[in-house]
Design a binder for this molecule. Structure first.
Ligand code: DMJ
Length: 691
């Protein structure tokens, strides 16, 4: 390889020197003695010149050069301002007395450093005399001391804040024995999910119920942060599973540590961890949850260090370095992610008396308010460096969904004082109704996705939450269109129920179309899965609370039947697997027939019990890969949101309305209830810590 190839000079290749074969043959690699001598002479002349030049430099520049050296690190400068006014010029030549003192001072420091060095060497020698185990034990003790110190520092008590009105946290027992039985069934399912996680996945983020081991995804980074524990706490609490709640609390107290070198999703950590911890704090009053929530929030704050203040999607909890998802349009942050922090961050400021969290989310809101919106719609992508929209895609499902939800809920959570949020919600919903909501040929109302001026007639399972949102926002809507929005909520609930009803398993696919003769059915294979998502049941519950139409409980129970009837038992051999699977199918068929004919004879009940006994995955609950297949395969993941949301909404659906009444509680997007704060307008002046 030629030299230019190794060291390109400003990208230009050097032409090969043509010295002639006789004077400098190409194959000769060494220099003659005389040539070496000349080179050495040139080199030594050059070095002498450099040294000489140094002594001709003015004094001040000599000092500067020394200041940058090792001396600067080892010998701290004497602070002249502290030494006394008269000594201000103590480094200037010609002031003999000062120079003398300076030398003395340096000498003293040098001696001290020498002594410290010797001491350290002695200690090291002593250490080396000890056994490997002894040294390791000593290191561990030192480490523990540091961790304890840090913990003490982090666990400083927060300023006392008056707790908002916490009503309806232990109620909801229905009088009707049938409803009570269903409610108990949901509670038992929660216990099944929890116990298996406890046994096989404890401390991991999620559970693989068939492999019976821990599971995680990149949203939680690479460390085990017990996502299921944190996400499940408030569901355990409202179901009265207090022993399990205490187990979770103990784990959090002892093990939940955020000083880990792990890159997590800011949004997911906020809605699941901070939301979960705050809800657990409000429900139980246990300080540990509040303290952990605040510690974690501190770790998320560096994500906001972008030129616009729009946070990165991911942040490393240890280094604070943030970045965006590689797949997002033009390096953008995602609307549903940076727009779903408001509720939790307002609560953090309320509880700590520190406005930093509130300011971060209000800054996002103000920035969004100022931006132009194509057709009044918010695109899903916003670049945090330039502050410009990415691709003009708008969705009420994935990438957009909870941004709209949080506008409405910010208003509700402020006891309807945050009218700015309500206005933004009303404006956004009007544009969505105009451009995204349509009726299919078969009369089903659906919410499509806007892609560069074109409406894609497809709706996601995630979008189904919007039925509940419309119902929740009906009261207080612009031009008093409450009836209209309640009706819209009912229509979305109906469409989403249809998407369930048109499948073999009576469970909804991830996305379904309204195009080319297709109505509420998934077309692509990769849209046919169901991963225990909550959105449809969430909408049933809101609709139930606002209308008390029994069909919503009936629809919720249909879904519950699936969870208890069509899951498959893990098997020790292929034969048992096939046997179990056929038992499941057969039993499910009998049960479905009995159910649709409205009969509740003992055969169905017996079958149902048998199905529960034989068909439920004994290691927990799993999602399925194809809801249209009569022989579905399982994804082997028990999502943490199944415990946080799906089972909670089901439990609430079969509870009385006095459990977590909607006048006092607002659910974050992960179904964690946060109390309404009685704040004056959008400020935090309701909190004495701010006065
Ligand atoms: C949950 O984590 C939250 O509801 C989020 O807003 C979006 N979807 C998942 C569950 O489907």
């Amino acid at each position: 390889m030629t030299t230019p190839a190794l060291l390109p000079l400003s990208g230009r290749r050097l032409p090969p020197l043509n010295l002639g074969t006789s004077s400098f043959p190409h194959h000769r690699a060494t220099l003659r003695l005389s040539e070496k001598f000349i080179l050495l002479l040139i080199l030594s002349a050059f070095i002498t010149l450099c040294f000489g030049a140094f002594f001709f430099l003015p004094d001040s520049s000599k000092h500067k050069r020394f200041d940058l050296g090792l001396e600067d690190v080892l010998i701290p400068h004497v602070d002249t301002s502290k030494v006394g006014k008269n000594l201000g010029g103590f480094l200037i030549h010609g002031q003999g007395h000062d120079e003398h003192r300076h030398r003395e001072e340096e000498e003293r420091l040098r001696n001290k450093i020498r002594a410290d060095h010797e001491k350290a060497l002695e200690e090291a020698k002593e250490k080396l005399k000890k056994s490997r185990d002894e040294i390791q034990a000593e290191i561990q003790t030192e480490k523990n001391k540091v961790v304890q110190e840090l913990k003490k520092k982090d666990s400083k008590p927060l300023p006392p804040v008056p707790l908002p009105n916490l009503i309806g946290i232990n109620s909801g027992e229905p009088a009707d024995p049938d409803i009570r039985e269903k409610r108990n069934k949901i509670k038992e399912m929660m216990k099944h999910a929890w116990d298996n996680y406890r046994q096989y996945g404890w401390g991991h983020n999620e559970l693989k119920p068939i492999a019976r081991k821990g599971h995680s995804t990149n949203i939680f980074g690479n460390s085990q942060m017990g996502a299921t524990i944190v996400d499940a706490l408030d569901t355990l609490y409202i179901m009265g599973l207090h022993d399990e709640f205490r187990e979770g609390q103990e784990w959090i107290d002892k093990n939940l540590d955020f000083s880990v070198n792990s890159e997590v999703s800011v949004f997911e950590v906020n809605i699941r961890f901070i939301g979960g911890l705050l809800a657990a704090y409000y429900l139980s009053g246990q300080e540990v949850f509040k303290i952990k929530a605040v510690q974690l929030a501190g770790k998320l704050l560096p994500a906001f260090n972008t030129p616009t203040g729009i946070p990165w999607a991911m942040v490393n909890l240890k280094s604070g370095v943030g970045r965006n998802w590689g797949w997002a349009s033009a390096g953008s942050s995602i609307l549903a992610e940076f727009g779903t922090l408001h509720m939790e961050f307002v609560h953090l400021s309320y509880l700590t008396g520190d406005p930093v969290y509130y300011n971060k989310v209000m800054h996002i809101r103000k920035l969004l308010q100022k931006m132009d919106r194509p057709n009044g719609l918010y695109p899903n992508y916003l670049n945090p460096r330039t502050g410009r929209w990415g691709q003009h895609h708008t969705s009420v499902g994935g990438l957009g969904d909870s941004f709209y939800e949080y506008l409405l809920k910010a208003w509700l959570m402020s006891d309807k004082m945050d009218t700015e949020a309500r206005k933004m919600y009303d404006d956004a919903i009007e544009a969505i109704e105009k451009h995204l909501i349509r009726k299919s040929n078969g009369g089903l109302t659906f919410i499509g996705e806007w892609k560069n001026g074109h409406l894609e007639r497809k709706m996601g399972h995630l979008t189904c939450f919007a039925g509940g949102m419309f119902a929740l926002g009906a009261d207080g809507s612009r031009d008093d269109k409450a009836g209209h929005y309640l009706q819209l909520g009912a229509e979305i609930a109906h469409t989403c129920h249809e998407s369930y009803d048109r499948t073999t398993l009576k469970l909804g696919p991830e996305a379904f179309k309204f195009d080319g003769g297709v109505e509420a059915v998934a077309v692509r294979q990769n849209e046919k899965y169901y991963i225990l998502r909550p959105e449809v049941i969430e909408t049933y519950w809101y609709m139930w609370r606002f209308t008390h139409d029994p069909k919503y409980r009936q629809w919720g129970w249909e879904a519950t039947q699936f969870f208890t009837t069509t899951s498959m038992r893990p098997s020790t051999s292929v034969l048992t697997f096939i046997h179990t699977y056929h038992t499941c199918l057969a039993a499910h068929r009998i049960c479905t027939e009995e159910w649709t004919s409205g009969s509740t004879n003992s055969m169905c009940i017996t079958s149902s019990e048998a199905i529960d006994k034989y068909c439920r995955v004994s290691g927990g609950f799993s999602g399925v890969k194809d809801v249209y297949s009569s022989s579905p395969t399982y994804d082997d993941v028990q999502q943490s949101f199944f415990l946080a949301e799906t089972l909670k909404y089901l439990y609430l659906l079969f509870s009385n309305d006095d459990l977590l009444p909607l006048d006092n509680w607002v659910f974050n997007t992960e179904a964690h209830p946060l109390p309404v704060l009685h704040l004056a307008n959008t400020t935090l002046s309701g909190n004495p810590a701010y006065r």
